[in-house]
Ligand binder design. Structure first.
Ligand SMILES: NC(=O)c1ccc[n+]([C@@H]2O[C@H](COP(=O)([O-])OP(=O)(O)OC[C@H]3O[C@@H](n4cnc5c(N)ncnc54)[C@H](O)[C@@H]3O)[C@@H](O)[C@H]2O)c1
Ligand SMILES: [Zn+2]
Length: 369
């Protein structure tokens, strides 16, 4: 089993990565001396496929737990579902030293994390991410949220987990598109902070697509390390953490414009990264060779690199409504080199519109070399 430490002083925690590790969650809870009561939040399908070893371990450690399932949909990340979970927690007798276990993808992790952050002003949380996206991104870093009818992730809190258990076996049942969605974020880590990791991805496309466990173990571990190092430097997203939004300014606009139906999050991030890279090139900040390397890698993972058919002007307008656009100013994350990015608030409208125009055309245009 591999371990990654997220070093946040008193709030430090470990990410455990390996195969068949879920039986250890019960012992972890018992060793930490939390109250032996747990609310296990999951989705039916995930619980049926991967729940057995987890619950056997909880039983063996004498943890008294109740299983609460939420519907399999982004729309279950809301205050009504949170309230149902609060009711379950109260009825089951969870106290301030009890634990909420989030067992699922980012939807489960964000909702259960929000409940753990706010129930009794905060109880213990263990994240067990079961999608690649949740393993490399949403389970690490302490951001929790629910959606509001008027926007995604508008209500939330920072609440770090006590541990993250990443069982690579969970990835074996994940649909292909969900793997791709996670890979969007994995590629992002290479671009924002580690050229060597980017090259590793280029050299291991086939193994990754075959879901070779050793290769997946490496990319999950390295992604967690890179995310952890950014989170440790800036836990509350006041500065450096913004680099994690590389590709996300455009991705959020693409997702919103397509009503969160056409693209999985990481697929939209891939398109957004292409936008950011091309904008960087247009501004003379990076070479066309870098842009081409990024686009080629995404294509080899069978990801779309354009959003053909979308309305470029509308995409532009939506971009400036993004919740990360503080005071109407967008913090663009631009690429200087593979492994090196910068934040810029100063990207001319003309440049953004030109690149959005390219991406919304019907062809998958290659960047000019
Ligand atoms: N908190 C953060 O920092 C952060 C970061 C990124 C994304 N997010 C949030 O994460 C959410 C997206 O997460 P996601 O992409 O994991 O989506 P998801 O949770 O909806 O999971 C995707 C699908 O995969 C299924 N699934 C999960 N594990 C499985 C498994 N092992 N085998 C087979 N099927 C499985 C789910 O039931 C679902 O149908 C969004 O709500 C997003 O806002 C949060
Ligand atoms: Zn993301």
């Amino acid at each position: 089993m591999e371990k990654v430490l997220v070093n946040l002083g008193a709030a430090s925690y470990e990410i455990f990565i390996g195969e068949n590790i879920l039986s250890g969650v019960g012992k972890f809870i018992a060793d930490k001396k939390f109250t032996a009561k747990a609310l296990l939040v999951t989705q039916e399908k995930i619980f049926d496929m991967h729940g057995k070893t987890l619950t056997a371990g909880l039983d063996a450690a004498n943890i008294d737990f109740t299983v609460a399932t939420i519907p399999d949909s982004e729309t279950s990340k809301n205050l009504r579902e949170a309230e149902k979970l609060f009711t379950r927690a109260i009825e089951f007798g969870l106290d301030r030293k009890s634990v909420v276990i989030a067992f699922g993808g980012g939807v489960v992790g964000d909702l259960a994390g929000f409940v753990a952050a706010t129930f009794l002003r905060g109880v213990n949380l263990i994240q067990i991410p079961t999608t690649l996206l949740a393993q490399v991104d949403s389970s690490v870093g302490g951001k929790t949220a629910v959606n509001h009818a008027l926007g995604k992730n508008l209500i939330g809190a920072f609440h770090q987990p006590r541990a993250v258990f990443i069982d690579l076996n969970c990835l074996s049942t994940l649909p292909e598109r969900e793997i791709k969605s996670g890979l969007g974020e994995v590629v992002k880590y290479g671009v924002i902070s580690d050229e060597k990791f980017f090259a590793y991805l280029e050299n291991n496309v086939d193994k990754i697509r075959r879901r070779d466990v050793e290769t997946l173990a490496h990319i999950v571990k390295r992604s967690c390390e890179l995310k952890a190092s950014v989170v440790v430097a800036d836990e509350r997203e006041s500065g450096l953490r913004r680099i994690l939004n590389f590709g996300h300014t455009t991705a959020h606009a693409v997702e919103e414009q397509t009503h969160y139906e056409k693209f999985r999050h990481g697929e939209a991030v891939a398109i957004g990264m292409v936008a950011a890279a091309r904008i960087s090139h247009e501004l003379g900040k990076t070479t066309s060779a870098n842009v081409i390397r990024l686009e080629n890698l995404l294509r080899r993972f069978d990801m779309m690199t354009t959003c053909a058919g979308l309305d470029a002007d509308k995409l532009y307008r939506v971009t400036f409504r993004d919740k990360k656009a503080v005071g109407g100013v967008v913090n663009w994350v631009l690429m200087r080199d593979l492994g090196d990015v910068e934040i810029s608030r100063d990207v001319p409208e003309r440049v953004v519109k030109k690149i959005f125009g390219e991406l919304c055309l019907n062809e998958d245009l290659q960047p000019k070399s």
